[in-house]
Design a protein around this ligand. Sequence first.
Ligand code: PMP
Length: 358
Amino acid sequence: MMSTANYIRSDIQQMKAYAVADVPAGFIKLDAMESPYDYPEDMKKELGRALAAAPIRLYPNPGSCGLLQVLRDTYAIPADASLVLGNGSDELIERLTMLVSKPGAKVLAPAPSFVMYRVNAEFFGLEFIGVPLRPDFTMDLDAMLAAIKEHQPALVFVAYPNNPTGGRFAREKVEAIIAATPGIVVVDEAYGAFSSDSFLSQAGQIPNLVVLRTLSKIGFAGLRIGYACGPAAILDELKKIIPPYNMNQLSLCAAEFALQYQPFINENISRLKGERERMRTALHAHPCIQDFPSEANFLTLRVPDAQALFDKLYAQNILIKKLHGMHPLLDQCVRITIGLPEQNQKVLNIIDELYGNP
Ligand code: PMP
């Protein structure tokens, strides 16, 4: 009898599943850019009441739910931009890739960047072209433009700011990429809330630009809410391949509730930005650590031994992300999500222990 493995795509059998860390209880989780700020108790109670009123008997209707208008109002999404919700921006990355998945189509992005750009291209049998960043993690525009000219990609992803390097590429470079790309350019602003610039106000006005955003990094990773903004000519097609009822009724309700609390959200964002700069300054004082500018809620560092730092923090119940081994440019790099001030201080103290007090 044939094993089921004979029927499953062999390229998928060779892939590894996206690694989601199992975190022991009591650990400080600084590996996945989640917000460290929990809701105050009174807000939790109100959320409970809002969820109790959600019509979970019914299928959700993301197309007409209140969240769309709340997002438009909160983030000043241009009226002429279409807006599509995804079960996390991960789902939108997947479906945008599916949208262009004709035989021979190519997907292009700077590298290193968010791994799911490459992984999704592979899911759909598309060639992925990763154009190396410069060693300082800035974008090599000449290399990008040459690769776009050569490969004529159907889809280009630019994470703005970039993950896992943290920096924001120069706006003019991204504009040049949008102008040079024959296909769709997705400017992925997963970390847009922590950045000094955005393409959101251009959404709907540039025919090949889709701006991707998420609620995950500003306190709501568990809700799995991402959104794409762009011209109807692209997003009307995307809607056709989004699974029916892809959004969860409770998530839609919770997100609509949560976004009312803008002062709470904005205060947390500015605290994290402040902590990011405080940490960077402290780390910069270590001659053996290379720190990179970040406009996200994490810092990427090159240290003498990434595994040793990971292990030392892990031994003290702190989980960070080891980037070493993921891409040649990430040699001995780690990525540390910005946490609560006391958590960040703990990280700094452990780094001082390891590398000496500067
Ligand atoms: N884009 C980028 C650049 C990311 O770093 C992430 C999260 N790691 C995502 C998209 C996906 O975010 P989510 O699915 O939680 O919206």
